[in-house]
Design a protein around this ligand. Structure first.
Ligand SMILES: *[C@@H]1O[C@H](CO)[C@@H](O)[C@H](O)[C@H]1NC(C)=O
Ligand SMILES: *[C@@H]1O[C@H](CO)[C@@H](O)[C@H](O)[C@H]1NC(C)=O
Ligand SMILES: *[C@@H]1O[C@H](CO)[C@@H](O)[C@H](O)[C@H]1NC(C)=O
Length: 539
């Protein structure tokens, strides 16, 4: 009696899930697209049919020259979506008064900067939705207009943010957001707890960021409306528009935050890729192992730009590192190598400068002891997976926050903007095994959030019309809120208002004075000119 039932049960569980037609988008930048590749590969491996919509720019057409397994890559829109010319200035190496015009320009040019990258794929994307019968979509949060189109279609979809939950991004309520460390100047939680002044300062900085993002939000919404799409409710809703949104990270690599119901934190979506190193690079690293000499691997990601002064600062410190016995493998883009040819020392057994390095494989090589990194999330997960501690040199967006979390868990040391503490920091990290241990511990914490498998499960659930809750472990960890973020921040609010008033008054004073000065100078010179003119006439 029992046997047939057992047999039937086995058959039921062993039967492969029905193959689904899944549509995937990958955002704007190359790094956004690389972040979804493991999901594309994972879906293919589970037997689904994947269509990956990419921008039709010459840059993007070169990203996956061999395709991605059996995925159907479709290129949409035209060259105008290219962001290869968009530069991110290195704010930390600018003085505060040099930063103001940079922000000003970003706000002033916001619309023209955002428009083409955001909407150029839209018409083709709508066509794709109409002509095909997909079961579900997996869409990068940075594909903002595609997501707006998905929202107005009936296709169920999973949104994907290839970052940990940042309060500015996941919380709508300004009051809640500004209790957290702001993400351009992230302080540690104990640091915030220690002083009312610091909390008020944090709050002022947070409000300024809110204002900046609100301008961006208005611009994006008007672009969406211009295309006949429904505008987003608020800034958060631009990125978390799906009924299920997958985010990376999780404590201790991001702070516990009260998340919207739709958000699932999954740790990372990496895939072990058994790839070997290019021969010459492998030989160079083996040489370092044999010496033995510790290798510092340095990569600042796909968008960081050295300037003449940051590059010469770094090169000066490079010499000091090499004389201290370190060897350096430096991943530097071809264009940057050309621009700073005159500064770069010649390569050799102590220094190797490469245009491209397969990062996970390099980090996994036993000679590599430290990673000098800009702390983009991809770099963070690669280095955690390899158990290599970090010398953190963050620049923008989530990088500062990622760096701060790594420092807090004991897996990194912050490098100063002029690299002046680099040699000391490298020696400290190399000479203390606690950094490697902390890196491994953080990696194992991150693995408990479900990762790629959970992400793939969610896509399958959504394709079946189910919208499950976050896994209990992740949910529990995300709700371990520090009391600092739960209590009311009345005094902080009052103090920050005073700050803001003070700043406003001093700015108005400065403005007033300079206008007055201008008037005086102008009047004086006009008077001089008229009297001078008279004199000439008189003569
Ligand atoms: C995969 O999806 C694409 C786009 O919807 C479709 O053209 C193709 O026929 C599908 N392939 C299979 C094997 O279902
Ligand atoms: C993509 O752009 C190239 C070059 O501009 C063009 O030849 C091609 O037809 C475009 N593809 C699509 C699908 O629009
Ligand atoms: C190693 O680093 C940890 C954390 O930074 C510190 O607490 C410890 O004292 C260090 N140990 C030595 C021997 O320097």
């Amino acid at each position: 009696m029992g046997a047939p039932v057992c047999m039937w049960l086995v058959l039921m569980t062993a039967a492969p899930a029905e193959a689904k037609q899944v549509l995937v988008t990958g955002g704007v930048l190359r790094s956004h697209h690389l972040a979804v590749v493991p999901v594309v590969e994972g879906l293919l491996e589970r037997g689904h049919n994947v269509t990956f919509a990419l921008p039709n720019t010459s840059e993007a057409r070169g990203w996956f020259p061999k395709g991605i397994g059996g995925a159907n890559l479709v290129y949409m829109g035209d060259e105008s979506a290219s962001v290869s010319s968009v530069k991110f200035p290195d704010m930390k190496n600018l003085r505060w008064h040099e930063r103001i015009p940079v922000w000003g320009r970003m706000i002033w040019n916001g619309r023209s900067l955002l428009e083409r990258p955001l909407v150029s794929m839209l018409d083709d994307f709508r066509g794709l939705l109409e002509q095909n019968k997909f079961d579900a979509a997996f869409s990068s949060a940075m594909s903002i207009s595609c997501n707006a189109a998905l929202k107005s279609s009936s296709l169920p979809w999973v949104g994907f943010v290839s970052l940990p939950p940042i309060p500015q991004m996941v919380l709508s309520d300004t009051e809640e957001v500004c209790k957290y460390p702001n993400f351009w100047n992230p302080r540690s939680v104990p640091d915030l707890q220690s002083s009312l002044l610091k909390r008020a300062q944090n709050r002022v900085e947070c409000m300024m960021q809110r204002a900046f993002f609100h301008v961006g939000f208005l611009v994006i919404n008007s672009l969406l409306q211009g295309k006949g799409l429904e505008p987003a409710k608020d800034f958060t809703n631009l990125f978390l528009a799906a009924r299920i949104n997958v985010l990376l990270g999780g404590p201790p690599l991001s702070l516990p935050i009260k998340l919207p119901q739709s958000v699932h934190v999954v740790g990372t979506v990496e895939r072990p890729r058994p790839r070997s190193l290019p021969t010459a690079l492998g030989r160079w690293l083996d040489g370092a192992s044999a010496a033995p000499a510790p290798v510092i691997y340095m990569s600042m990601g796909t968008k960081y730009e050295f300037t003449e002064s940051t590059c010469s600062n770094f090169v000066a410190v490079l010499q000091a590192l090499m004389s201290s016995g370190f060897r350096i493998l430096w991943a530097l883009r071809a264009a940057q190598q050309t621009a700073f040819q005159h500064l770069l020392p010649p390569g050799g057994e102590k220094l190797l400068i490469e245009e491209f390095t397969p990062q996970p494989e390099v980090l996994a090589h036993p000679a590599v002891k430290v990673f000098l990194s800009h702390c983009g999330w991809g770099g963070v997960t690669d280095t955690l997976a390899a158990g290599v501690p970090v010398l953190a040199y963050p620049s923008f967006v989530d990088q500062l926050d990622n760096a701060q979390r790594l420092v807090e868990v004991g897996a990194a040391v912050l490098v100063l903007p002029d690299f002046s503490n680099l040699v000391q920091a490298a020696k400290a990290v190399l000479g203390n095994a606690s950094f490697v241990e902390a890196t491994r511990a953080a990696a194992s914490d991150l693995q408990r959030y479900g990762g790629l498998e959970r992400t793939l499960d969610l896509v399958e659930e959504v394709a079946e019309g189910r919208f499950p809750d976050m896994l209990p472990h992740a949910k529990a960890k995300m709700s371990e809120l520090d009391p600092l973020f739960l209590r009311d921040h009345g005094p902080e609010k009052a103090l920050s208002m005073c700050f803001a008033l003070l700043v406003f008054l001093s700015l108005s004073c400065c403005c007033g004075l300079s206008i007055r000065c201008c008037f005086r100078c102008c009047c004086a010179s006009t008077r001089a000119a008229t009297t001078g003119g008279k004199k000439v006439k008189d003569q």
